[in-house]
Write a protein that binds this ligand. Structure first.
Ligand SMILES: Nc1ncnc2c1ncn2[C@@H]1O[C@H](COP(=O)(O)OP(=O)(O)OP(=O)(O)O)[C@@H](O)[C@H]1O
Ligand SMILES: [Mg+2]
Length: 511
């Protein structure tokens, strides 16, 4: 019924060398495609017959692409020495570099590093079985990563901690003198992991973050060694699932993954807990209006008051696990994993209608009625599938990306409120990009037959807009939607929050 399997995963060849070549080839294909999608979105191009064309540093590049998600038919090519040659990711990186203004000495190495990581992941996956828990298996299925980022897997984290290689590892347990603990909300789950010595409080840490920060530890932090049981890393790498306490734990990792160094700022730790208490009534209302809506609250965090570097670097957020938030018989699956490949039972159009109803309607109502900006990209939404594989729930997560619209909420002034707030326009761009361009476009491309699917999405959304009084005329009539400019932001080495948008065709327009 459900076929989870990213491109290249079928690279299980009998001879080792063949398998390595296959992994390298699959990794290069994925890397060309991710970078070329960015170029196609962010750089000027034109159509020539069946091809989408670009000129990069004076060299013509051509590709056959389908749909808003830019899925490729065949290998993209460049016109080199008078002939069309298949693009490699090294070649494309240097052509892209020539087409971009300014200078970025890290860019080519990031593209190459990402490709090498994908190849290593593919090779490692030949020898390990995915977790038996289908939700965790889906968290570990994003082999190629973000489909529209120049270097989706460029990251300095050892494979021993990688979700994609089905790693498991024990957390490192630290003990903090009781008077030095920083915490808010309900953190009782952490104390169930192990006992701390008298006068100390337990602070579980990601073992790789401990490696990075250990030189800064003083006598006030006691290292109790590895935890007695393993945790399982989820798709964001830094958030793990701990089966012992049935909670997810979101750590800081002082490592760049896609656009951000993944460090929880102190105001984000506070903000996540504050948002979790404010969103309880909002999600209760959403679930009443849109059955199947669920979310993963982040009820508390703990850290240490030993300077900002350790306060932020060792902060751990507790997040509810999805099984407990889904109805009996419903299996949570990461939306991003569905996008890597699956086939629904029965009529794909009916499946899509149910999917759009579950995912899009609560997101639009959260914005219009409650002034809440969810961040429903493929990695922040779990889909609850019933026994037939039909989408019956949508589970929203990640309070860091969730914001309140300025002026719609009673917030005290200060850094925490500031980081929890977007102005209405910025919030709307974020919602539209995450929901349609990042998420639904990928699901539609995977289902296939997009020309049948988008009119259904339009119908579902237009009907709901009328019923609920959402002001969506602009969304349903504007010629373009905003797509996040990941190439430009990486090239300029800017923070993710500085990322701009480029226009892409609005698939909701009637044909
Ligand atoms: N389609 C996608 N859109 C956005 N991010 C994606 C996508 N596919 C994979 N990813 C990866 O998912 C992560 C998304 O980052 P995000 O900031 O939402 O998560 P996080 O805050 O680090 O962790 P968590 O989601 O556990 O709270 C990044 O590591 C990114 O590379
Ligand atoms: Mg996330």
């Amino acid at each position: 019924m459900l076929l989870l399997g990213p491109p290249g995963q079928a690279a299980a060849a009998s001879a080792d060398t063949t398998a390595e070549i296959t992994a390298d080839t699959a990794a290069d294909t994925a890397s060309v495609e991710a970078l070329l999608r960015c170029c196609l979105r962010e750089l000027p191009g034109w159509d020539d017959g069946p091809h989408r064309m670009l000129r990069l540093g004076g060299v013509p590049v051509r590709a056959r692409v389908r749909g808003l998600a830019l899925r490729f038919d065949g290998r993209p090519e460049a016109l080199l020495d008078g002939g069309w040659e298949p693009l490699t990711s090294d070649r494309l990186a240097s052509l892209a570099q020539a087409a971009l203004f300014g200078d970025n000495a890290e860019f080519a190495a990031q593209v190459a590093g990402s490709r090498a990581t994908i190849a290593e992941i593919l090779a490692a996956r030949r020898n390990v079985a995915p977790p038996a828990d289908p939700w965790l298996a889906s968290e570990q299925a994003l082999v190629a990563g973000h489909p529209c980022h120049p270097s989706p897997k460029s990251r300095a984290v050892p494979l021993a901690y990688a979700p994609e290689t089905h790693a498991r590892f024990p957390l490192r347990l630290l003990a903090v003198r009781a008077g030095l603990v920083a915490e808010e909300g309900d953190v009782s789950a952490l104390d169930r992991i192990a006992a701390a010595p008298e006068g100390y409080v337990l602070l579980p840490a990601h073992p790789y973050q401990v490696e990075l920060l250990a030189p800064d530890f003083g006598a006030d932090l006691v290292d109790l060694g590895p935890a007695p049981a393993d945790v399982v890393p989820t798709s964001s790498v830094r958030t793990v699932y701990d089966p012992l306490i049935d909670k997810c734990l979101k750590f800081s990792l002082n490592v760049r993954i896609t656009n951000c160094v993944r460090k929880n700022a102190w105001y984000e730790l506070s903000g996540a807990v504050e948002l979790s208490s404010r969103l309880g009534p909002v999600f209760a209302d959403l679930a009443a209006r849109f059955p199947g809506t669920a979310w993963l609250p982040e009820p508390g965090y703990r850290s240490v008051r030993l300077g900002t570097r350790l306060l932020e670097g060792l902060g751990v957020l507790i997040r509810c696990s999805p099984w407990g938030r889904c109805a009996p018989g419903v299996t949570p699956i990461l939306a991003g994993a569905l996008a890597t490949g699956f086939t629904p039972l029965g009529d794909p159009v009916a499946w899509w209608r149910a999917y759009v109803e579950r995912v899009a309607l609560p997101v639009l109502d959260a914005y219009a009625r409650h002034g809440v900006v969810l961040e429903p990209h493929l990695q922040n939404v779990l889909i609850g599938l019933d026994a037939d594989g039909s989408p019956v729930q949508a589970v929203f997560r990640d309070m860091e990306g969730t914001k309140l619209i300025a002026g719609r909420h009673d917030l005290p002034p200060g850094r925490v409120s500031e980081a929890m707030t977007y102005d209405a326009e910025r919030g709307w761009d974020r919602v539209v990009y995450c929901l349609f361009v990042n998420h639904l476009a990928e699901i539609a491309a995977t289902l296939g037959g997009e020309e049948r699917l988008w009119p259904v999405a339009r119908e579902v959304i237009a009907e709901a807009a009328e019923t609920h009084g959402w002001p969506l005329d602009d969304l349903l009539t504007r010629p373009t939607l905003p797509a996040k400019a990941n190439l430009s932001v990486r090239w300029a080495r800017l923070a993710d929050r500085a990322a701009g948008y480029v226009p892409v065709r609005n698939p909701l327009l009637p044909c």
